[in-house]
Ligand binder design. Structure first.
Ligand code: HEC
Ligand code: HEC
Ligand code: HEC
Ligand code: HEC
Ligand code: HEC
Ligand code: HEC
Length: 497
């Protein structure tokens, strides 16, 4: 810095008379330029990218601050050096004399500059809040880890609900928790330290309050009719359909007779349970507290533990609707739907079996999976026309793309759906007829095939046209069946015999 005094003549501003301050000034100017440019881009592009908000309102102001710090630091070092060279002591010196015209100008500049900075940074924080709360940010900014949830979300009934509406919730403190958690997650993504698959940590609970922002628990739903169209894994892809009348009902006596599936709504009753695994798939103990304060406990016969040693969970919407936004369809389900819609042709012999087998081969990446799906199907049907094969392969690959994420180790096997009971335990975690009171005298209610639904029609062809108002007994393809162990054989792929 010995040549500093010479620089005096070439650069007039006292603040940039040294290299560090000069560098700082350049960084500051650059960041202002970038900020303005990005802002213009932001205003003139219709679809915002999750990154642009972060660049504009986090990265650019960040550089501005770094530049400012460098400038001040350089100035300080320069003055210290100059003082040492002159043998003086460096004393902090700040004299503001408002009668001095020059000082007045500086103070004025400082106040205006400070106000501008505050303004920009408050717009910045607001925009940052927006940018980091948008669906694009959640789903795309950390692309790889969130892809499975982002893709499945886009095909759900909640595709128009923002991620943060469910994932931050309404409780006070949740927002801060979520953002802190978000910082933690960003670090995890940057350093590639995140679990595969991702599971909710339980730190930010999604619970009944989350859903009640939009859904009214007192609503009386009554009966809903649903048809399930299946195809067998035989050569002719035979059909087998079930038409159910689901007794959803409601829980509030002023809006309809309380009862049915939504009786669990916690309006008048509280159901608590113990789960012995983190995914809550095994529930050996259940307690119900009725309106009058009447308490009944039910337990599975093999559960001998003291319930006080376990965490109690209060049952709510997400114990049944646990995949309202991220359902990973089982290959069985997805292929049935494609066959029903005609995007897969039942003219191809054993197509149901072949596509399921093609989809479930083990792979490491989605690209590899897609390639294997194509190879496997082309090999299975060597003599079919190219057009027919292309259509089949495209449909199967589409199913794969929407439901299989090997890079995150996510598919239907890792994320059970608790509605129903065919491929996962679901309702039968409690309603399997095996949960009883301690004396064994009473089993948990609604543990028979007609409490939750009646079967209006079943089978195929003419058989499926025979409606019963009181409900048929379940005919499992060709034999009656009324046991509670469907998911022992039905796993979402090809069922075990
Ligand atoms: C309708 C509410 C809702 C919306 C909207 C929603 N989620 Fe979820 N999300 C859930 C529920 C419920 C779970 C599962 C909770 C559980 O397993 O207990 C979940 C789970 C997750 C998980 C953990 C892994 C898993 O699949 O269980 C991630 C990651 C996730 N969501 C990301 C997102 C992203 C990203 C978006 C927006 C693109 C989003 N969510 C939108 C309700 C929602
Ligand atoms: C921000 C509002 C909002 C929140 C929060 C929300 N939902 Fe919804 N939900 C909707 C809307 C809107 C629909 C109807 C979508 C339609 O019909 O197009 C819907 C539909 C549904 C359906 C019917 C789905 C179907 O396939 O017919 C279920 C079940 C459901 N929500 C459950 C939940 C659960 C469980 C939660 C809490 C985890 C939740 N919702 C949170 C707005 C919300
Ligand atoms: C002992 C094993 C076993 C049990 C237990 C079982 N199934 Fe099945 N199920 C099968 C087999 C095997 C098929 C024929 C699959 C095929 O050819 O695609 C089948 C076919 C079906 C189908 C039509 C095809 C399909 O894959 O969706 C439905 C629906 C069905 N079962 C429902 C149930 C229900 C509901 C239960 C429980 C009440 C149940 N099954 C219990 C073995 C079982
Ligand atoms: C005991 C399990 C269970 C609980 C708890 C539960 N539901 Fe449901 N709900 C169901 C079933 C089963 C259906 C029938 C439709 C289906 O299979 O998706 C349903 C249907 C719905 C529907 C669609 C109604 C329609 O008209 O299409 C909505 C919305 C819904 N539930 C919201 C909620 C909300 C919100 C909560 C919590 C306050 C909740 N449910 C609690 C099992 C449950
Ligand atoms: C955590 C355990 C648990 C799970 C899981 C569960 N239930 Fe229940 N359910 C209960 C308890 C406890 C009762 C009250 C039983 C009694 O009164 O003996 C009940 C009662 C019912 C009733 C009878 C309500 C009435 O009218 O009195 C229906 C219907 C029902 N459940 C449907 C379902 C369906 C459908 C599912 C799956 C989507 C499901 N339940 C999942 C615990 C559970
Ligand atoms: C605790 C309530 C409950 C009980 C008890 C119950 N179910 Fe179900 N069942 C459901 C629900 C809820 C669904 C709908 C699942 C869905 O929406 O995907 C369902 C779906 C079904 C389906 C259609 C599945 C498909 O994919 O085709 C069949 C068949 C069925 N049940 C048979 C039975 C039989 C047989 C029994 C007696 C062994 C039984 N259910 C007992 C709640 C119950």
């Amino acid at each position: 810095m010995n040549n500093e005094p010479n620089a005096k003549h070439s650069i007039r501003l006292p603040f940039v008379r040294n290299w560090i301050s000069l560098a700082g000034a350049i960084v500051m100017l650059g960041s202002i330029f970038a900020f303005v440019l990005l802002l213009i881009f932001d205003l003139f592009t219709a679809r915002q990218s999750p990154y642009s908000g972060i660049l504009t309102f986090v990265v650019a102001p960040g550089f501005f601050l770094i530049g400012l710090i460098l400038m001040v630091l350089g100035r300080y070092l320069y003055r210290r050096e100059a003082a040492r060279a002159a043998g003086r002591e460096l004393k902090p010196r700040l004299v503001i004399d408002l009668t001095n015209e020059k000082h007045r100008r500086y103070v004025g500049l400082f106040v205006i500059g400070g106000l501008m900075f505050l303004l920009v940074s408050s717009i910045g924080s607001y925009e940052t809040y927006h940018a980091t709360s948008s669906v694009e940010f959640c789903g795309k900014a950390c692309h790889a880890p969130m892809e499975p949830q982002y893709v499945s979300y886009q095909h759900s009934a909640h595709a128009r609900v923002a991620c943060t509406q469910c994932h931050i919730g309404s409780a006070r403190g949740n927002f801060v928790k979520a953002k802190l958690n978000g910082v933690h997650q960003l670090l995890a993504v940057a350093t590639d330290h995140y679990p595969r698959p991702i599971k909710l940590s339980g730190k930010i609970d999604i619970n009944q309050q989350t859903c009640e922002q939009c859904h009214w628990p007192d609503r009386y739903v009554g009966n809903i009719e649903r048809a399930y169209h299946h195809y067998l894994a035989d050569e002719s892809n035979s059909t087998f359909s079930v038409r159910l009348l689901l007794k959803v009902g409601g829980g509030d006596p002023t809006h309809g007779p309380p009862g049915g599936i939504h009786w669990h709504m916690n309006v008048a009753n509280k159901v608590e349970y113990i789960a012995t695994d983190p995914g809550r798939q095994t529930i050996p103990w259940v307690r119900i507290t009725r309106q009058g304060g009447d308490v009944t406990e039910f337990r599975a016969s093999d559960f001998k533990d003291d319930p006080a040693k376990h965490t109690l969970h209060v049952m709510d919407c997400t114990d049944c609707h646990n995949r309202p936004a991220h359902q990973f369809r089982s290959p069985d389900d997805a292929v049935d739907l494609a066959l029903y819609l005609g995007t897969l042709s039942t003219n191809l012999p054993s197509i149901k079996k072949e596509v399921i087998m093609a989809l479930t081969g083990a792979t490491e990446t989605q690209e590899e999976g897609l390639r294997k799906v194509a190879e496997s199907l082309r090999k299975a049907y060597p003599n079919r026309s190219e057009a027919e094969l292309n259509q089949t392969v495209a449909t199967a690959q589409n199913i794969y793309r929407q439901n299989f994420f090997p890079q995150m180790k996510v598919d239907w096997r890792t994320h059970p759906n608790n509605i129903g009971h065919k491929d996962w335990p679901g309702c039968f975690r409690c309603h399997d007829g095996l949960h009883k009171t301690a004396d064994g005298a009473k089993k948990l209610g609604a543990s028979d095939c007609n409490s939750c639904h009646i079967i209006l029609a079943q089978g195929s062809g003419e058989e499926f046209q025979k409606l019963s108002v009181n409900g048929h007994d379940f005919n499992h393809i060709d034999a009656p069946y009324s046991d509670f162990d469907c998911n022992k054989c039905h796993t979402g792929a090809l069922p075990k015999e």
